[in-house]
Design a protein around this ligand. Structure first.
Ligand code: PAF
Length: 284
């Protein structure tokens, strides 16, 4: 396997390569990313490689999904390191467009997914999912892969993408890749790089509190009291604030009633530690 990854930067080059693979009867898998890659992303590339003959990854730090005051300008960027990691994970092509290529002058279309994108991060990060929905729609139309892989760490994002692909009849299979965790359970994330040495051990408690909360839910402890307990447990562990800890239905992310949970559960959380906002989730 070569360590030098072919890189294309325009929609035309991307389409030409994918069309050539298609003509040769090859199936194409796609892994959209914002770079700053870690083992979690590489697991998605390997999953795409196990399901398709060729794998395209994209790196594009999408300005429209960052709110004012968020980390768009400081988001870690290291394309050469990312490209080397992608090559080692079996990626065949990197698509790394410029902002001008993605959003040509005059672009005026928005993509809004109602319902599933409204609660949780939809409330905490207004406009975030509209930015994600628009860029993912564009990336899928540009690449036209057979399947696309997204991490379950961004569980709400995954459900927003599943909804938009169904609603807009985009001919692609959406595959969710399992969360990859560090030894203490912290879900791998590009933003973990922001954590200080003092904050890093506290960050690991997010996963432990969610696991304990899920056990309590399965033991039929009322949903509201588990959510309240989890928020207190995160603050006691050293988190500075908690955006949410909520038990919801996995597919539509509808709120569960306050009493004991019935049926499948997905527990989702977002909490802040210094300048880092961490999200995690677990469930059935
Ligand atoms: O999950 C991400 O890295 C981004 O939200 C995505 C899906 C690549 C869209 O910019």
């Amino acid at each position: 396997m070569s360590e030098t990854l072919p890189i294309v930067r325009t929609v035309a080059e991307l389409r030409a390569q994918v069309a050539a693979w298609r003509r040769a009867g090859l199936h194409v898998g796609f892994v959209p990313t914002m770079g700053a890659l870690h083992e979690g992303h590489l697991s998605l590339v390997r999953l795409a490689g196990a399901k398709a003959d060729r794998v395209v990854a994209s790196i594009f730090v999408n300005p429209t999904q960052f709110g004012p005051g968020e980390d768009f300008t400081t988001y870690p960027r290291d394309e050469p390191a990312d490209a080397a990691m992608l090559a080692r994970a079996g990626c065949d092509l990197l698509y790394a467009p410029s902002v001008a290529e993605m959003y040509p002058e005059g672009a005026a279309t928005t993509v809004t997914v109602t319902g599933v994108s409204e609660p949780l991060d939809g409330l905490a990060r207004p406009g975030h999912f509209a930015g994600v929905a628009a860029v993912v729609t564009k990336l899928l139309n540009q690449c036209a892969p057979d399947l696309a892989v997204f991490g379950e760490k961004d569980f709400q994002q995954l459900q927003v993408i599943r909804r938009l692909v169904r609603d807009l009849d985009i001919p692609v299979g959406i595959v969710g890749g399992p969360i990859v965790r560090a030894g203490d359970g912290l879900a791998l994330s590009s933003r973990n790089a922001y954590l200080s040495d003092d904050e890093r051990p506290v960050a690991g408690s997010l996963n432990r509190v969610l696991a304990e909360s899920l056990q309590r839910l399965r033991a039929r402890t009322p949903v509201k009291s588990v959510e309240d307990w989890a928020i207190e447990a995160l603050l006691s562990a050293g988190f500075h604030s908690v955006d949410y800890v909520e038990a919801r239905t996995p597919e539509t992310l509808a709120r569960l009633g306050p009493g004991p949970a019935e049926g499948p559960i997905r527990l989702l959380a977002a909490a802040r530690l210094g300048k880092t906002r961490l999200i995690d989730n677990m469930g059935d």
